[in-house]
Design a protein around this ligand. Structure first.
Ligand SMILES: Nc1ncnc2c1ncn2[C@@H]1O[C@H](COP(=O)(O)OP(=O)(O)OP(=O)(O)O)[C@@H](O)[C@H]1O
Ligand SMILES: [Mg+2]
Length: 231
């Protein structure tokens, strides 16, 4: 359903991605791993249309979405949970959720449904974005992406900077979404979480894919674990 073919990306003159190719099928959870600065966020921004591939091609559900504007990419069905979470600090939890709604009450994800998934958000409904803890902000960011009723969820390091208990809670939610058949592209540095949840994995190094394989391929590849994931 998502495919990147020979994607290069630049910030100004800095050449960051050097021909990244990646495939994700319906219902799959695919992880994108790699050290700090490997190009994971740059890959996410290129999928979402914040950066244009040059050259290279991004295809989603049969459509060439290379160079589409971000709002158009999300409307096509990719829910994005950015690394910096991107919630509106001066809007309430409820407002953050309802401004993103798509399909009204007809889609799988309504306000009630996301509150059921994250009861904490309902308790905090009237709080402003900036009043939330880091974990609650991350939940809000995920819930907000779901309100678009996406067919693919793209998360950039959702466990970063969070306490282990909250990480477990968020991973449990992702497991629920996987069980429902939602496709997920998960950028992670938490290898344990990635191995638990992911069907397949890509490892990036210096803007290139240096490994791809299943969880057991990755667990068995000491060289990749040592050289590219500092395990
Ligand atoms: N706005 C920018 N302008 C110029 N260079 C940038 C910019 N953003 C990132 N870079 C560079 O691009 C490279 C890849 O960065 P990227 O953010 O994609 O890495 P990452 O794998 O997401 O790392 P992290 O795990 O720390 O989030 C790094 O060398 C980084 O310094
Ligand atoms: Mg990043």
């Amino acid at each position: 359903m998502l495919s990147l073919a020979g994607v290069h990306a630049y910030y100004g003159d800095s050449h960051i991605l050097h021909g990244v190719s990646l495939e994700l099928a319906q219902g799959e959870v695919v992880c994108l791993l790699g050290r700090n600065g490997a190009g994971k966020t740059t890959t996410a921004l290129t999928i979402m249309g914040y950066l244009a591939p040059r050259p290279g091609k991004v295809t989603f559900e049969g459509k060439d979405i290379s160079g589409w504007a971000p709002h158009k990419v999300s409307r096509a069905g990719i829910g994005f949970v950015p690394q910096e979470r991107g919630i509106f600090p001066s809007l309430t939890v409820k407002e953050n959720l309802t401004t993103m709604a798509r399909h009204g009450d007809k889609g799988r994800w309504t306000l009630d449904a996301v509150y059921q998934l994250f009861p904490r958000l309902q308790e905090r409904e009237r709080n402003l974005g900036f009043q939330l803890s880091g974990g609650e902000q991350q939940m809000l960011s995920i819930a907000r992406a779901l309100m678009l009723n996406p067919t693919l969820l793209l998360l950039d390091e959702p466990s970063e900077g969070l306490a282990p208990l909250i990480v477990r809670e968020i991973m449990e939610v992702l497991r629920t979404l996987k069980r429902e058949g939602l496709a997920v592209l998960l950028i992670e540095q938490n290898l344990r979480a990635a191995l638990d949840l992911g069907d397949r994995h890509y490892v990036l190094s210096k803007g290139e894919v240096c490994f791809k394989g299943t969880s057991s391929d990755l667990e068995g590849n000491e060289q990749v674990l040592r050289d590219y994931l500092s395990v």
